[in-house]
Design a protein around this ligand. Structure first.
Ligand SMILES: *Cc1c(COP(=O)(O)O)cnc(C)c1O
Length: 497
């Protein structure tokens, strides 16, 4: 790949001052006509009424538009190119979903509208639950949680309610050392203590490792499947049995569902609860804070504890049922992030069963293509077959003093977003790559070419890697100071000066 073909940054990306720095007294973004009625009397509001809007920037509309547009050009995003952030599934989201979720029938309704006027919206929620049930094999779904981690919390609360209902509250949750960080965080937030289970030498949990620690104070085992190494938990069905025999429940983190659609239904192997990340698997633009949707599917043991309200169908009408005696109650205002749910159903209907299965096949094929092309150049710490992502380490480059940070920074020069780094924690110097199902072979080849070039540079020209990125708008940032002494507002910046 020749350097002049790398996207990098062009001279048209501009430095951008803060809005307060661009402010000019008297500039406005709108022109209102002169008041031609009597001004209202606001005296009853006392001090709250201000003559001056002190400290607010004054700008014209064009100043404002350019400010935000320029800032947006500093960003790399899925529309810019490959975004191989392992575990996050940063894939292309079909634009038709955006169009559908903006239909006035959806956007011009309100959660307080009478049920009779929003039958279509309720039907949509009902049909999405049915579609998610079909693809996962669960008994029921709640669409309320606003993200994956929120789904985990919803399930953890249902699991606690289940044990309380059995008359035997339990206190521990078992989680493998390869878990996503949200899993132990959720368990702790829900009041459980976390016990770690060691991943086996081949990168998956052994049934024995679970049997050794499973006891009658364990509320649940929480597994990510495929796990954060991209490896399928081969003993999951056996683990479900071990856990259930001791009266515990099995939670599966379903963030990686794009590795199993059409091939494996967790409900069929007696998993008790799982969250979906609709914004990952079922195509909603995500990252940067939302919106997301983290529905939870449950098996027979947890149905009674689902959050309120539930959408029910009676004859040809839909209504919301708030009367669920053993429910954990509402987890969010209204019925979840409705717009994300619309996108997810549009995506599922567009693809159908065969299309979702094909998406899984492409996700697995793409990740394995990268694995095959790079395994002679980067260390693959686990040789076991992987599904939708692969985890390399920087061990071979470390011999030349090059770390995973240097590799990720240098990758920016080639026009690609860095992969997930230093995660999972059980791989030292990890580079976790998830290309997703939507990348073409040409993109994957360009991406792999960059990695092959970097492996060569690490040996022959390590300095170019240490000092990378060279083509980006900003050079290497001082991430330690940024984390230890964050300057988050203009006022803090003034105080800092
Ligand atoms: C993304 C992710 C989560 C958390 O989901 P959010 O929607 O970001 O809250 C949990 N587990 C795994 C494995 C994930 O990849």
């Amino acid at each position: 790949m020749s350097m002049n073909k790398t996207p990098g940054t062009t001279g048209l990306v501009m430095e951008e001052p803060l809005l307060v720095e661009r402010s000019h007294s008297g500039r406005k973004s709108c022109c209102l006509p002169k008041l031609d009625i009597e001004a209202p009397d606001l005296s009853e509001f006392g001090d709250l009424v201000r003559d001056e809007t002190e400290g607010l920037p004054e700008l014209s509309e064009v100043d404002l538009v350019r400010h935000y547009f320029r800032l947006s050009q500093w960003n790399y995003n899925v529309e810019s190119g490959v975004y191989p952030l392992g575990s996050c599934t940063m894939k292309h989201n079909p634009k038709v979903n955006e169009k559908v979720c903006r239909f006035a029938g959806f956007t011009a309704t309100h959660p307080y509208d009478p049920e009779a006027l929003v039958q279509g919206n309720l039907e949509l929620l009902y049909r999405l639950e049915e579609a998610l049930k079909a693809v996962s094999g669960f008994e029921a779904i709640t669409l309320q949680p606003a993200a994956g981690a929120h789904g985990e919390l919803t399930a953890a609360m249902m699991i606690r309610a289940y044990h309380v209902a059995q008359g035997k509250p339990r206190h521990k949750v078992l989680i493998p050392d390869s878990a996503h960080g949200t899993n132990p965080a959720t368990s702790a937030l829900a009041g459980f203590s976390v016990v770690e289970i060691k991943t086996g030498p081949e990168g998956f949990l052994t049934a024995e490792a679970v049997a050794d620690v499973m006891d009658e104070d364990t509320a649940a085992v929480m597994l990510t499947n495929p796990n954060t190494l991209g490896i399928y938990e081969q003993h999951i069905a056996e683990i479900a049995k071990i856990v259930h025999d001791k009266g515990g429940l099995l939670y599966m983190d379903g963030a990686n569902f794009n590795a199993q659609m059409g091939y494996m239904r967790p409900g069929d192997i007696d998993v008790d609860a799982m969250h979906f990340n609709l914004h990952k698997t079922f195509s909603t633009p995500h990252g940067g804070g939302g919106p997301g949707s983290g529905p939870v599917g449950v098996g027979k043991r947890l149905v009674a504890h689902l959050p309120t309200p539930r959408v029910v169908k009676e004859g040809e009408t839909y209504r919301l049922n708030y009367d669920i005696p053993e429910s954990i109650g509402p987890m969010r205002s209204f019925y979840g992030n409705f717009g994300v749910n619309v996108r997810a159903l549009a995506y599922m209907l567009e693809l159908g069963h065969d299309g979702l299965k094909a998406a899984t096949e492409m996700a697995v094929l793409n990740a394995n293509y990268i694995r095959a092309r790079l395994q002679d150049h980067y260390k693959l710490p686990y040789a076991t077959d992987t599904l939708h992502e692969c985890v390399f380490s920087d061990a071979l480059q470390k011999e030349h003093g090059i770390s995973n940070v240097d590799i990720s920074k240098r990758l920016i020069d080639f026009g690609f977003h860095p992969p997930t780094m230093s995660f999972p924690l059980i791989v030292h110097g990890a580079l976790m790559i998830e290309p997703t199902e939507t990348e073409s072979k040409e993109e994957l080849d360009a991406f792999c070419d960059a990695f092959v070039t970097m492996a060569k540079e690490a040996k022959e020209n390590p300095e170019i890697m240490h000092s990378a990125p060279h083509n980006s708008f900003r050079r290497r940032l001082d991430e330690t100071t940024a984390a230890r002494k964050p300057v988050l507002t203009w006022k803090m910046l003034q105080e800092d000066k």
